[in-house]
Design a binder for this molecule. Sequence first.
Ligand SMILES: [Zn+2]
Length: 130
Amino acid sequence: MFRPKGIKKKLDDLVGGWFRALGYCEHCYSKQNLQWCHIKSRQYNSVRWSEYNAGCICATCHRWFTNNPDRFIKWLQKVAPKKLDMLELAFKHPFSMKKWQMQEHYELLKEKLKKPYNPMDYAREIKKDA
Ligand SMILES: [Zn+2]
């Protein structure tokens, strides 16, 4: 299996750790074997470390969703529609990241991710003027 090194690994550890620090599976609320899951594959560096492309789920749910991607999207549409919207926008503009850009990205994320991950930030906003 390919294991990232250097700045890629630093970014993976930072962002993956930020998601896993949630402490429970966003799908089944288990506290066991938490993983950093992606919506679009990790092979796309332009969204690999995006807060909109990931979540914290347990290994069991991760496996199940990997085998049932349609259910994964359905679930996300319900609990985290903002992620899908923002991810779609970002995904329209793919770009390749040079090492120095990853380094810069790391410094930015280190600041940004001081605020803990809160899945509610990605839920549908409730319109008050309904
Ligand atoms: Zn789970």
